[in-house]
Design a protein around this ligand. Structure first.
Ligand SMILES: CC(C)(COP(=O)(O)OP(=O)(O)OC[C@H]1O[C@@H](n2cnc3c(N)ncnc32)[C@H](O)[C@@H]1OP(=O)(O)O)[C@@H](O)C(=O)NCCC(=O)NCCS
Length: 397
């Protein structure tokens, strides 16, 4: 018999643009295990009546769980955040859905009675761990039947644009709107409640001497108020010379972390917690890896059916904007109301720190559902390798 599970808090860091060979990243000096630990500490500061020894498990999503994201980052994050050694930790990987899958794993463990309180979330430093990892070893046996398994995500977006007839103009218009919404959300302080500002000191070496410098990241770095249809039209295709996917209509590579606190009904009562939401359903679906971006076309109705709802019942939908082409294809094919999909902008403007994103967009959707008093909200994404995921939740309180 499944027990009731409640989401009682959700926070995230601001999303930073990742460092690349061309530019420095604001969070490039921050290890991802430190970043998620800071996020967990910030989460717990917002729930002061919860004793840390009540936290049974920490479940952290990461798309490339290696290097500073490795060694079972769930356990490292728990220890680094100062949780007692009795709090266990695990790592979850479903690529771009990792942060959402971590929330579902924690939810299911509480529902089954395996734990009472859990922290779930995600983290990715795309500065420090590149997409595909530091040393990819591709399986040549997949080259025949599943040759698209390892192709660049940008090429899958080109495939979707071609197959679903999403023009360059459609993609750029969608990207302009993503930036417009994100800038409007920032100007109206809509992200303030969900965001943990990062203020750190770090030591750098300048002219052979160690110097302490302060680092401050208060808001998401990606949104650009100067984004226009005209400026995006000038950008060259990023993944193939003849294509339509550009740096302007693709998600940005980013660094970030997000964390959510989940508790059983007993734990809510014992620790006097305030339920904010509960998860009603979750579904994943698989499709051709070459068209991975449209997999949510199946996952969204599957999850809605499990919840006994239809898309018109949702007041807020967050669908990760991996690329404009796949976002437009999903919205059009399912006939979703575009005004409620990513109302505060998506990953094209805000960035897409892979393993963090599922927890980031869940956090954003939860806060938006409270802001506008929407009863139901949905959160999902496409996933490299040909998968889609979608969760349906109910706002409480
Ligand atoms: C597309 C991609 C390769 C671009 O990377 P990049 O070159 O480092 O991107 P930048 O931010 O430097 O932008 C490139 C150019 O576009 C311009 N640009 C980007 N967004 C813009 C905007 N909104 N308005 C105007 N210009 C913009 C930049 O100013 C830059 O111009 P410059 O070269 O003159 O400096 C990278 O973002 C990417 O790989 N995205 C997809 C990530 C992915 O696959 N995630 C998984 C999804 S499943």
């Amino acid at each position: 018999m499944a027990r009731d599970v409640f989401i009682v808090k959700a926070v995230r860091t601001p999303v930073a643009k990742a460092g690349t060979p061309k530019r420095r990243g604001t969070l490039e000096f921050v290890r991802p295990d430190d970043l998620i630990a800071l996020t967990i500490q910030g989460l717990l500061e917002r729930v002061p009546n919860l004793p840390t020894d009540a936290i049974d498990d920490v479940v952290i999503g990461s798309a490339f769980p290696e290097a500073e994201q490795g060694f079972n980052i769930g356990r490292i994050a728990a220890l680094r955040a100062g949780l007692p050694v009795t709090t266990t930790g695990q790592t979850v990987n479903r690529f771009c859905a990792s942060g959402l899958q971590a929330i579902i794993a924690a939810n299911d463990a509480i529902a089954m009675g395996r734990c009472g309180v859990a922290i779930a979330g995600g983290v990715e430093s795309m500065t420090r761990i590149p997409m595909a990892g530091h040393q990819p070893f591709l399986n040549p046996a997949l080259a025949g039947a599943h040759s698209a398994t390892y192709i660049s995500m940008g090429m899958t977006a080109e495939n979707v644009a071609r197959e679903y007839q999403i023009s360059r103009e459609d993609q750029d218009a969608f990207a302009v709107e993503s930036h417009r919404r994100a800038i409007a959300a920032q100007r109206e302080n809509r992200f303030v409640d969900e965001t943990l500002p990062i203020n750190l000191n770090r030591v750098v070496y300048e002219n052979g001497r160690a110097v302490e410098r302060s680092l401050s990241l208060i808001t998401d770095e990606g949104p650009r108020a100067d984004t226009s249809f005209e400026s995006l039209a000038k950008l060259k295709p990023a993944f193939t010379t003849t294509g339509s996917v550009t740096a302007g209509n693709a998600s940005q590579i980013s660094d970030g972390a997000a964390a959510v606190l989940l508790a059983s009904e007993d734990a809510v009562k014992t620790h006097n917690l305030t339920p904010l939401a509960r998860i009603l359903s979750f579904a994943t679906t698989g499709n051709d890896p070459a068209l991975m971006g449209v997999a949510p076309i199946d996952a969204i109705p599957k999850a809605l059916n499990l919840a006994g709802l239809s898309s018109s019942d949702l007041g807020v939908i967050e669908i990760n904007e991996a690329f404009a082409s796949q976002s437009v294809a999903i919205i059009r094919t399912l006939g979703l109301n575009p005004t409620i999909v990513n109302p505060n902008g998506g990953a094209i403007a805000l960035g897409h720190p892979l393993g963090c994103t599922g927890a980031r967009i869940f956090t954003t959707a939860l806060h938006e559902a409270h802001r506008i008093s929407a009863r139901y909200f949905g959160v999902g994404m496409c996933i490299g390798g040909g998968q889609g995921a979608f969760a349906v939740a109910e706002r409480l309180g």
